[in-house]
Ligand binder design. Structure first.
Ligand SMILES: [Zn+2]
Length: 70
């Protein structure tokens, strides 16, 4: 297991609006009142952050565990 928040597979996605391949960059998402900073696939043009449901559920669970372990 790695600590990366991005699977190489995610980078095959394109932004629907811009038709550009997503690149990995820092992004923040808010979940249950917590702001989580992670490296996620983002559109370089409009800043759209790709969060698939699977990614969101899996990664947020991971991140929550990290927060709890502190
Ligand atoms: Zn875009």
């Amino acid at each position: 297991m790695t600590n990366s928040y991005t699977d190489p597979e995610d980078l095959r996605w394109k932004c629907h609006k811009c038709d550009m391949f997503l690149s990995v960059g820092p992004a923040s998402l808010t979940y249950m009142g917590k702001t989580i900073n992670a490296r996620l696939p983002v559109c370089p043009q409009c800043g759209f952050v790709l969060i698939s449901e699977e990614l969101a559920l899996g990664k947020i669970a991971e991140v929550e565990q990290l927060l709890e372990d502190k």
